[in-house]
Design a protein around this ligand. Structure first.
Ligand SMILES: [Fe+2]
Length: 308
């Protein structure tokens, strides 16, 4: 990564300036402790609570535009699931590692402070993890996370594109929709954006973090991949997410809120407080739960996905 590229992602192009100014790679030792070995993963899949599985299959057209199919956990054993992922085109996300695999989570909690300490002023709260098992050719579409992220890479190789978080790459109206959970995390993408990205190839034993909200996408480099994605909030991100939610509700009612980067910190905090009340009142019920599951993992089916 060149210094010029890093400069291009700083102050002017990162919409919500936080403690993390540019994508940055760290070394970690979790990968060397056997967590991503087949037997360990099969046992973990067997034991993992079924309600914490997200199984996705992404299809792309020639312009890189995506459509998503979601799968059900099904009754396959951990070993069978693992072989479906290795042979298919699947993206399996095991949510809440802190609950589903507490021993693995303890490793992350042990290693994380070193990374956080590299960013003066960063005060992460509410850490949560997703263990991601993905097929050799799997790709994750352009999206942003409404949280800070550290991606701990454990097995295989993958390439990440990290983009500037400005209005051109990350329109605030699209962010509002994501924060209100009216859509999955995808936002408008054009191949031309790739010229603006910092590109990082991740190896096992490396962890990557990037500026809050920076859009990104991922392509596996022909190998079965295991990563643990840890997300965290800060008071800054919490206020911002709350303000985006409140603005989304206002916009749905015909109002035109100003961009959140023109709102003062007390203004953001007030909008966050409003969002807490709005959520409690059941405004903007999530539509994500309605996604119909169309397949279950099966190593013998095309793409590792047997139609339901
Ligand atoms: Fe992400």
């Amino acid at each position: 990564m060149s210094d010029a590229l890093i400069d291009s992602l700083t102050v002017s192009r990162t919409r919500y300036q936080g403690a993390i100014r540019e994508p940055r790679v760290f070394a970690h030792d979790i990968a060397s402790r056997g967590w991503a070995e087949d037997a360990r993963l099969a046992a973990l899949l067997d034991a993992y609570p079924a309600e914490l599985f997200d199984i996705n299959l992404y299809d792309y057209d020639a312009e890189g535009q995506v459509s998503l199919r979601t799968g059900a956990r099904g009754r396959a054993s951990g070993a069978e699931l693992l072989s479906a992922i290795k042979q298919g085109r699947l993206w399996v996300n095991l949510r809440e590692v802190e609950r589903g695999a507490p021993e693995l989570w303890a490793e992350v909690e042990r290693a994380a402070p070193t990374i956080f300490a590299a960013f003066p002023g960063l005060k992460p709260r509410k850490l949560s993890g997703q263990l991601i098992l993905s097929s050799p050719q799997a790709k994750v579409p352009y999206h942003f996370d409404a949280a800070g992220v550290v991606l701990w890479h454990l097995r295989g190789r993958k390439r990440l594109w990290v983009y500037p978080g400005d209005e051109a790459h990350l329109p605030e109206t699209a962010m509002e929709q994501v924060v209100m959970r009216q859509t999955t995390e995808e936002i408008p993408y054009s191949r031309a954006f790739d010229a603006d990205a910092v590109v990082v190839d991740l190896e096992p034993g490396q962890a990557l973090t990037w500026p809050l909200y920076a859009p990104h996408r991922v392509e596996n480099l022909g190998e079965f991949n295991v990563s643990l994605s840890m997300d965290f909030q800060t008071w800054g991100s919490r206020w911002r997410n709350g303000a985006l939610f409140t603005h989304g509700v206002m916009r749905a009612r015909g109002l035109t809120p100003v961009p959140t980067d023109r709102v003062s910190t007390p203004g953001l905090a007030a909008r966050w407080a409003a969002s807490v009340a709005l959520r409690r009142a059941g405004v903007a019920k999530s539509r994500l739960a309605d996604f119909e599951r169309s397949f279950e993992p099966d190593a013998t089916a095309p793409d590792g996905a047997k139609a339901l």
